[in-house]
Ligand binder design. Structure first.
Ligand code: IFM
Length: 484
C-alpha cells in the first residue's frame, strides 16, 4: 500500500532563487557601473575560463519570458537580488531611475502572475567605487572592512525600499555575509579577492552593522505588513569524533561560520570565545558603542541557505599538508581567521555533487531545529538549497537530471522532518531557477532547474523543474523518491 505523501502547511511558499550578477548580464546598460565582481571576473586567473557576468543569462532583457517560465512551473514565490551598481552606480547619492524601473517592472510582472517577490538587497555586487574608497583612512582599506560602507548600504536600502515598498512584502538585507567577508577578504576566492584576516573580521562586523542599519532604513520606508530578514549560510558543522580536540574544533568553526553573525543579529553580542580565538589578530576595537544594539534589529524571518555539512577535527598533520577540504575553493589563504592551526576539515560522507559537496540532507534538518531553538519566535525560510550536476540535453532534447531530483527530494523531506519536530518553516527556495554564473567557477557549474544554452540563451526546464512543479502544485512531497 502506498504510504501517504508528506504534506506541507497551507501557504507554504514554493520558490526559486537567483542573484543579479549571476543572471542579469547587461553589465553596462542604463548607467550601471562595475561592481567588485565585474572587476574580479575581468582580472585574469580569478574566474575559471575567464568567464564574466557581462552577459550572464541575459535576464535583464529576458525577464518577461523568465517570469512566464516561473508561472508555468507554478512557483508561488521568487527570490531575486537588486544590483546595487545598477540602482546607485557610485554607491552613494541619488538613484538611477532606469535601474529601479527594471525592478519595478519585474515585480509588477511577478505579481500579475501571482508570484510573491522576495527581494535581497545585497548578493555580493558591491559598487567598485566603494571598494576603492576608505574615508576612515583605515589600513584595512575600503569595501566592507571600511565602516562607512555600512552607512552607504543603509542609504541604498532606503532607496530600494522607497521604490518597491508598495509592492514587495518580503525583504532580505544580505545574502550569505560569511562569503562576502571571509571568501572576499580572507581567502580571496571571491571578489574583491583580498587576503587579509583582519580585513575579513572587520568586513564581518560591518556587514552585521549594514544589516541593522539597512533594516532600520527599510522599516522607515515600508508599510507595517512588510517583513524584513536576512539570508545566512550557517554551517552544519560536525565534529569528526567526540574527542575534546574535535569538539573544540567544532566550537571554533561554529564561532567563525555561524555565531559571528547570529550573535550580533539575534543576541546583540560577539561571543567571548570568538573574541579570544582571534585576539592574536585584532582587539575588535572596530566594534563601536551602540553597534550591537543596531545589529540586533528585530528579525521578521531568518533565511537559511544550505548545501552540505562540514566535518572538522583538531588539526592533523596530513590535513595541514594538503588542500583545505572545507568546500570553499582552492586558496593558500584561509577563510578561517585564527583557526587554521587548530582545525582540519574532512570530507563528510555521502555522494558528491559536481561542486564536490557531499549530499547530506540531515544537516538541513539540524540547522532548522538549531535556529528554532535559538530564536523560537523567528519564522524560517530555506532561502537557498540545491545542487550542481553536469547536465546536458539528451538526444530527445530534454534535460534529464535524476540526481538533482533525488537531492531536492531528500532535502525537501528534511524540511518536512524539521516542521514535524516543531520548526516554523514557511517556504523553500530552490537554488537556482536558471543555470547561471557560479562565481569563481564561471559557467562550468550548473545549479539550475532550468537548463540554459549559453550560446543561444535557450531555456529548457530540466526534469527536476517538472518534478518541482508537481510538488509546488500539490503542496505535497511523495514520500518515496521516484526516478524519472
Ligand atoms: O551560487 C551560489 C549563490 O550565489 C549563493 N549561495 C550558494 C550558491 C551555490 O554556490
Amino acid at each position: 500500500m502506498a504510504r501517504e505523501n508528506l504534506r506541507f502547511p497551507p501557504g507554504f511558499l514554493w520558490g526559486a532563487a537567483t542573484a543579479a550578477y549571476q543572471i542579469e548580464g547587461a553589465a553596462r546598460d542604463d548607467g550601471r557601473t562595475p561592481s567588485i565582481w565585474d572587476t574580479f571576473s575581468h582580472t585574469p586567473g580569478k574566474v575559471l575560463g575567464g568567464d564574466t557576468g557581462d552577459v550572464a543569462v541575459d535576464h535583464y532583457h529576458r525577464w518577461r519570458d523568465d517570469v512566464r517560465l516561473m508561472a508555468g512551473l507554478g512557483l508561488t514565490s521568487y527570490r531575486f537580488s537588486v544590483s546595487w551598481p545598477r540602482v546607485q552606480p557610485t554607491g552613494r547619492g541619488p538613484a538611477v531611475q532606469r535601474g529601479l524601473d527594471f525592478y519595478r517592472r519585474l515585480v509588477d510582472e511577478l505579481l500579475a502572475h501571482g508570484i510573491q517577490p522576495m527581494v535581497t538587497l545585497y548578493h555580493w555586487d558591491l559598487p567598485q567605487e566603494l571598494e576603492d574608497a576608505f574615508p576612515s583612512g583605515s589600513a584595512a582599506g575600503g569595501g566592507w572592512p571600511e565602516r562607512d560602507t555600512a552607512y552607504r548600504f543603509a542609504e541604498y536600502a532606503g532607496i530600494v525600499g522607497e521604490a518597491l515598498g508598495d509592492r514587495v512584502e518580503m525583504w532580505s538585507t544580505l545574502n550569505e555575509p560569511w562569503c562576502s567577508a571571509f571568501l572576499g577578504y580572507g581567502s580571496g576566492v571571491h571578489a574583491p579577492g583580498r587576503t587579509d584576516p583582519v580585513a575579513a573580521l572587520r568586513a564581518a562586523h560591518h556587514l552585521n552593522l549594514a544589516h541593522g542599519l539597512g533594516a532600520q532604513a527599510l522599516r522607515e520606508q515600508l508599510p507595517a505588513r512588510a517583513r524584513i530578514g536576512v539570508s545566512l549560510n550557517p554551517s552544519a558543522v560536525r565534529p569528526l569524533t567526540a574527542s575534546a580536540g574535535d569538539l573544540d574544533a567544532r566550537r571554533r568553526i561554529d564561532a567563525l561560520a555561524n555565531r559571528v553573525f547570529t550573535g550580533p543579529m539575534l543576541r546583540g553580542t560577539y561571543d567571548d570565545d570568538l573574541i579570544a580565538d582571534t585576539a592574536r589578530l585584532t582587539d575588535w576595537s572596530f566594534v563601536q558603542d551602540d553597534d550591537l544594539r543596531i545589529t540586533r534589529h528585530p528579525l521578521d524571518f531568518l533565511g537559511i541557505n544550505y548545501y552540505a555539512p562540514a566535518v572538522v577535527s583538531a588539526a592533523t598533520e596530513d590535513a595541514a599538508a594538503g588542500p583545505r577540504k572545507d568546500g570553499h575553493g582552492a586558496s593558500e589563504h584561509s577563510p578561517w581567521p585564527g583557526a587554521d592551526e587548530h582545525v582540519s576539515f574532512h570530507r563528510a560522507p555521502g555522494e558528491l555533487t559536481a561542486m564536490d559537496w557531499p549530499v547530506d540532507p540531515t544537516g538541513l534538518t539540524d540547522l532548522l531545529l538549531e535556529y528554532t531553538a535559538q530564536a523560537p519566535e523567528v519564522p524560517l525560510y530555506v532561502t537557498e538549497n540545491g545542487a550542481a550536476y553536469d547536465d546536458k540535453p539528451g538526444e530527445d532534447g530534454q534535460v534529464h537530471d535524476p540526481d538533482r531530483v533525488r537531492y531536492l527530494h531528500s532535502h525537501i523531506a528534511a524540511v518536512h522532518h524539521a516542521i514535524l519536530a516543531g520548526a516554523d518553516v514557511r517556504g523553500y527556495f530552490l537554488w537556482s531557477l536558471l543555470d547561471n554564473f557560479e562565481w569563481a567557477y564561471g559557467y562550468s557549474k550548473r545549479f539550475g532547474a532550468v537548463h540554459v544554452d549559453y550560446e543561444t540563451q535557450a531555456r529548457t526546464p530540466k526534469s527536476s523543474a517538472h518534478w518541482y512543479a508537481k510538488v509546488a502544485a500539490s503542496g505535497e512531497l511523495p514520500r518515496e523518491y521516484v526516478a524519472d
